[in-house]
Structure formats: structure tokens, C-alpha cells
Design a protein around this ligand. Structure first.
Ligand code: AMP
Length: 288
């Protein structure tokens, strides 16, 4: 007989307890959906949660600011943490898994997984620790929660590709679900790091989505040279106070290799520092 769904969120911080709960769900033939996050939840995260709630019998949201994916000069210490208000947003969710650093990475921790090749481009180039940390923590979460389904946002397009490779190459038994980017009404891609922005920087940050839109419009009107498009985007981003472009990439959405011409399915991806925040955004140009 199916267990009836309880309405209250259960917060779990121990790996062994989380494993027991997942085992009990599986014994009851209940499907488990996992939404991995670093917290400071916004509508982008909550859309992933909604997809899991619609599809799975039980939904687990993890909140863990994963130290292994931050480089030494990055924002691990200042990354926004607001567990209490996150909890209030998790309506309908069954389990919040929020382990400590010591629980996930005890002092004698030594194992990392690394996806090769596609991690050498874009964010992997400027943040060399990022994807090793991401694939390690995601594999750990999959082993602990044993989800049937896991939900990831296309805002982190390259991260999704890395996790797809991890699942395929290591024969993991989980279905990955891609969820489109959720934006603010003015176009800014939602991100926990938007919290760092002053009002002025928030205005400046709009140039990411705007320049992507302009690029898309230009491609629609017939421009195919990646250099021309890339220069246009650079123009749209440059000359503003506090802006530092990390990369503008016009590339294959699976291999992340740069393209000279926008032909076939193409990813346009940006990483730009605006004041204290490193922001990313992207759009897909379908076959033209
Ligand atoms: P994070 O907490 O930033 O690690 O993100 C957790 C998950 O939420 C990842 O799968 C992200 O891709 C996804 N996510 C974050 N922001 C957005 C957004 N604006 N739209 C869609 N998914 C998002």
C-alpha cells in the first residue's frame, strides 16, 4: 500500500539518515526527485522543484554550498546563506537535505571525479576547480539520495553537459531533466549571486541578457559570422563601470568548441563580472 504524503518538510543533515529515508521510499515503490542547490532559493530553483513535485512521488531538495567547487579566490565565504527563509519556500517538498561540510568531506576525504574535455572550455577555463567539485558533489548526492529523477537548470548549460557526461559515462541510474532559464521580468537571469549587486550594478547586469537578445536578433536578420556577433556582444557589455568580461563564447552546445560561423545549433554563452558578482547567461540558437 502507498504511504500517504505528509505535508511537513523534514530537514535531514546526516548522510545515513538520508540514505535510510531514500531506501524506505524505494521499498514503497515511490519515485524520488532530487533538486540539488546551493540555497538562497529563487524562482529559478523553485521551478525545478515544481517540475519534481509534478512528476515524482517524493521530492528531495539539497542545500549545500559545496566548498570543492570554489577556487581559492572565489566567493565561498561570502556566498549568501539563508536556510530559514529557504525552508519557508519549500512548500510541498518532502525532504530538505542540508549536510555540513564535515559530513560531506570528512578530514580524510580523498576521492574526486573529473569529466574531461568539455570541462576545458568556458567556465572550466577560468574556474579550474569548478567542474571537478560539481561532478564530485553531484555523484555523492546521487549515491546518497538515489533519485529516479534529478532536475538541473539550463542557466548552467555547461554544468548540465558535465552532469550528463557523468551519468552516461559512469552508467548512473538517474534520469536528468533540463529546465529552461527563469528570468526577472526585465530579462536578468535569476541567480543567488544577484544579491551581491547594488542598484546600479543590477542595471548594468541587464546588459548580459540584452546583448544576447541583440545577438539573436542579428542572427535572425542574417548575420552568421561569430566574430561579428561576438564583437557586437562585447560592445553591448563594455564601457560600463565595474564590468569585466570573462568570456563570450559562440560554440557547439555539446562540445563547447568555438564556431566561426553560426550554423547548426549554436550556444552563445557569457560570463561577466559585474562589481562583485560573476554572472553567467546563455541562449541557444536553433538550427538556421
Ligand atoms: P545553484 O544553487 O546556483 O547551484 O543552482 C541550483 C540549480 O538551480 C542548478 O541546476 C541551476 O542551473 C538552477 N538554476 C539557478 N538559477 C536558475 C535560473 N535562473 N533558471 C533556471 N535554473 C536555475
Amino acid at each position: 500500500m502507498m504511504e500517504t504524503k505528509t505535508q511537513t518538510l523534514q530537514a535531514v543533515s546526516s548522510i545515513s539518515e538520508m540514505k535510510e529515508i531514500s531506501q524506505s521510499f524505494r521499498k514503497q515503490n515511490l519515485t524520488i526527485g532530487l533538486v540539488p542547490t546551493m540555497g538562497c532559493l529563487h524562482e529559478g530553483h523553485l521551478n525545478l522543484v515544481k517540475r519534481s513535485l509534478e512528476t515524482c512521488d517524493r521530492t528531495v531538495v539539497s542545500i549545500f554550498v559545496n566548498p570543492t567547487q570554489f577556487g581559492p579566490d572565489e566567493d565561498l565565504d561570502t556566498y549568501p546563506r539563508q536556510l530559514q527563509s529557504d525552508i519557508e519556500k519549500l512548500e510541498g517538498v518532502d525532504i530538505l537535505f542540508h549536510p555540513s561540510n564535515e559530513e560531506m568531506y570528512p578530514t580524510d576525504y580523498k576521492t574526486y571525479v573529473q569529466v574531461q574535455d568539455i570541462t576545458e572550455h568556458l567556465c572550466g577555463k577560468s574556474r579550474p576547480d569548478l567542474f571537478k567539485g560539481v561532478s564530485t558533489v553531484v555523484l555523492k548526492l546521487f549515491n546518497i539520495v538515489r533519485p529516479h529523477n534529478a532536475y538541473f537548470g539550463e542557466k548552467d548549460w555547461q554544468q548540465l553537459a558535465v552532469i550528463e557526461a557523468l551519468v552516461e559515462d559512469l552508467n548512473l541510474d538517474v534520469v536528468l531533466n533540463r529546465v529552461p532559464i527563469v528570468r526577472e521580468p526585465d530579462g536578468l537571469a535569476m541567480s543567488s549571486r544577484n544579491q551581491y549587486l547594488s542598484q546600479q550594478e543590477r542595471q548594468t547586469a541587464l546588459s548580459l541578457s540584452r546583448s544576447l537578445k541583440e545577438a539573436r536578433d542579428n542572427i535572425r536578420q542574417g548575420t552568421t559570422s561569430a566574430k561579428v556577433i561576438s564583437d557586437l556582444i562585447r560592445q553591448g557589455l563594455s564601457g560600463k563601470e565595474g564590468v569585466e568580461i570573462d568570456y563570450i563564447s559562440i560554440c557547439d552546445p555539446k562540445t563547447f568548441r568555438g564556431k566561426e560561423q553560426v550554423c547548426g545549433r549554436t550556444l552563445i554563452a557569457l560570463a561577466v563580472k559585474v562589481g562583485p558578482s560573476r554572472l553567467i547567461d546563455n541562449c541557444i540558437i536553433e538550427e538556421i
